[in-house]
Design a binder for this molecule. Structure first.
Ligand SMILES: [Zn+2]
Length: 300
């Protein structure tokens, strides 16, 4: 889907560093949210016409509104409008899947109101020390409820299971399973159809990423609707395609590392070339994926 890949090119490095201004590049776009009902009381917001951040899920019911991830500051008004259209009431609980600014960018705004922010304990620690536009993270952006391995919500006539997967995309990842609806939100533990971003600087590891995807595959079934952090909504087969690819490309790079090749020599040899057309995209190019695999294999 070339259009989707083009959109991702706009992300550039802003996803990497919260310190970068997310505003100047995003407001220039005509990007907006498209909302889609995927199950009873469950909606997904995805960007169209440009990059609006990670895929957002909103659960609506008589007990309240639960939202997963919250885009970036330039899209706050559009997000609020989408929430009003879907739910007609404010968000009670906001669950952050991980620390990156395209998933937590509006925490401060929601935290200032009546929304309770929920996240893995490591996310809170990392967010506390991060800077946004050179300013320290405001207290209202920090989660007020944290968990270690899991936390469950019993709301809207169903169970929402929030689980930590260790050292995958970062070291503070949460995956969310709407048990009664059989819907999984993976956060950035899945970039559907794209080379994944494994954030080694924030505690992510390639083996942890593969293990998390396998674990999610094993705990879902053929009917499970899988909402990735980025890319189209899919099924557990998309998880399998991703970890199969990752195991293969990791082995290709490992072989060259074992032969004593340097990072640049490996990039030059381009061991991932057969995977380029299917998985390369603007943010995680084939070269960047190769360098990530090299660093991951050599810094343990
Ligand atoms: Zn991310």
């Amino acid at each position: 889907m070339p259009n989707r890949k083009l959109q991702f090119k706009l992300v550039t490095t802003a996803m990497l560093t919260l310190g970068l201004s997310l505003c100047h590049w995003a407001t220039a776009q005509e990007a907006h949210f498209v909302s889609k009902k995927i199950a009873d009381g469950l909606y997904v917001l995805q960007g169209e016409g440009g990059f609006t951040g990670g895929n957002i899920a909103i659960s609506v019911g008589e007990d309240g509104v639960v939202m997963i991830d919250d885009s970036m500051p330039p899209f706050l008004d559009k997000l609020k409008k989408a929430i009003a259209d879907i739910a007609g009431k404010p968000v009670d609980f906001l669950i952050n899947t991980h620390v990156h600014g395209d998933h937590t960018g509006n925490n401060a705004a929601f935290g200032k109101g009546s929304t309770h922010i929920v996240a893995h304990k490591n996310l809170r620690e990392r967010l506390k020390t991060m800077k946004i536009d050179d300013k320290p993270t405001p207290a209202s952006a920090l989660p007020v409820i944290t968990f270690d391995s899991e936390i469950n919500f019993h709301l809207n006539a169903g169970e929402i299971q929030v689980r930590h997967v260790a050292h995958a995309h970062t070291d503070g990842d949460a995956v969310i399973y709407f048990k009664d609806l059989n819907v999984l939100h993976t956060g950035d533990v899945l970039f559907n159809g794209l080379f994944p971003y494994v954030d080694l600087d924030n505690g992510g590891t390639v083996n942890g990423y593969i293990a998390a995807q396998k674990n999610l595959y094993e705990h879902t079934d053929a009917q499970t609707i899988v909402i990735p952090g980025h890319g189209p909504i899919g099924t557990r087969e998309d998880l399998k395609a991703s970890y199969t690819m990752l195991e293969e490309i990791q082995a290709l790079v490992k072989k060259l590392v074992d032969e004593g090749k340097s990072e640049d020599e490996i990039v030059e040899l381009n061991p991932l070339k057969a995977y380029h057309d299917k998985w390369n995209w603007g943010f995680i190019t084939t070269e960047r994926m190769t360098r990530t695999l090299y660093k991951d294999l050599t810094t343990k």
